[in-house]
Design a protein around this ligand. Structure first.
Ligand SMILES: [Zn+2]
Length: 380
């Protein structure tokens, strides 16, 4: 039996892997950070004494002190034999450790916290996008590990058009966020899609599919290469600690923002929801009307969206100004939402075999583009 995390976005520490019925593992911390929760590793399985496939029982021993212990309640890990199709495997949390138990059907199997989104796929995504006649692929600068901070600008910039910004994976382990962007981009770049054509006539899209490429490749949950939680860096980012935010923020200040969507995953809450700007200093009746309209539209568009479960609302003026959505909403006085998708499942529309998934995230991304279409005339 062999277990390795020596690849893009891998994360596991092997404590003991001699007995298939009692494999002891730990999740590694993000570099220079206390956060950990993302795991991703490959298991080369072992046959039993009779040469038959056998159950493998894998314990994640250190989850009790992970970033979101509540995330392990009712959580099922994902596995894949072909690295394309990810399915859920029986997983239990006893308050101390997470235990994954299943009998692999093939020699080698990948296990992860959620369907991974590789750096290669990220490159494919942005380079495929640049083939669209209205798309520009720009490098804003480099991350701490020297990776490109890539921005897609889609549409013809002009004075009167609203600028719609979409970012994903400030928290790199929240891979559903980039699956979401992939689905949204798929539709936006489809030249046969009338809704996309109208949107590109009326607005300009600025899309950063991966805000944290270093954390993504390093197998982090929540931080960049030096342990910065990028979604707490928006008030005063620096090129030393958070160039990823600094570079994107500079571009926002240059071109302006009329709408901002920042895609994330939530470890604990089993539903899709948005978190808005009710606590920012600049919040007013117009801002609230925009937020309410967008939520109402999304509720009509897809049963995957809901507004019952979510974060507690901030008191007026008490929003954390270092959070991307709050900083952008306040600075540009524009509609700004954090989009949260589950790691577990959408309990309002559960699917036991895959849970919330890469494909469902992609479809939700398409559906959010429909929502943007219904808002585009209201943004200015
Ligand atoms: Zn997040």
């Amino acid at each position: 039996m062999q277990i390795t995390d020596n690849f893009d976005s891998g994360n596991i520490r092997v404590i003991n892997a001699t007995d298939a019925s009692n494999i002891q593992l730990e999740i590694k911390h993000d570099n220079q950070s206390e956060f950990y929760q993302w795991f991703h590793f490959k298991l080369q399985t072992e046959l039993n004494a009779n040469g038959e496939r056998q159950e493998h029982v894998l314990h994640l021993n250190n989850v009790k002190n992970s970033a979101f212990p509540g995330g392990w309640n009712n959580y099922q890990a994902v596995a894949s034999y072909d690295r394309e199709h990810w399915f859920r495997v029986p997983t239990q949390y006893d308050g101390e450790k997470v235990t994954i138990s299943f009998t692999p059907e093939f020699d080698s199997v990948y296990l992860a916290y959620f369907a991974p989104y590789s750096y290669e796929r990220h490159q494919d995504l942005i380079h495929n996008a640049q083939l669209h006649p209205l798309c520009q692929l720009q490098v804003l600068g480099q991350s701490i590990d020297g990776r490109d901070m890539s921005l897609l600008t889609i549409g013809e910039p002009s004075e009167g058009k609203p600028n719609i910004w979409i970012t994903a994976r400030q928290h790199p382990g929240e891979t559903m966020a980039e699956w979401f962007v992939e689905g949204l981009l798929d539709r936006l770049l489809d030249e046969d899609d009338g809704l996309a054509r109208v949107l590109l006539n009326k607005a300009v899209f600025y899309i950063v599919p991966n805000m944290n490429p270093d954390g993504s490749v390093r197998g982090h949950l929540r931080t960049n290469a030096v342990g910065a939680n990028l979604n707490r860096e928006w008030l005063e980012p620096t090129m030393d600690r958070s160039p990823e935010v600094y570079l994107v923020r500079e571009k926002m200040l240059e071109v302006g923002v009329d709408m901002f969507l920042d895609a994330h995953g939530d470890e604990t809450i089993p539903a899709n929801f948005v978190a808005g700007c009710e606590g920012i200093v600049a919040y007013d009746a117009r801002h609230k009307a925009l937020e309410d309209k967008f939520k109402d539209i999304m509720l009509v568009i897809t049963p995957e969206f809901q507004d019952t479960l979510g974060y507690a609302k901030n008191e007026p003026g008490k929003a954390n100004p270092t959070v991307g959505t709050n900083w952008v909403g306040n600075q540009f006085k524009c509609l700004a939402y954090t989009i949260e998708m589950p790691f577990k499942d959408n309990d309002f529309l559960p699917d036991a075999s895959v849970g919330w998934s890469d494909e469902r995230s992609r479809i939700l991304g398409r559906d959010f583009l429909t929502g943007i279409y219904h808002m585009v005339d209201d943004l200015r």
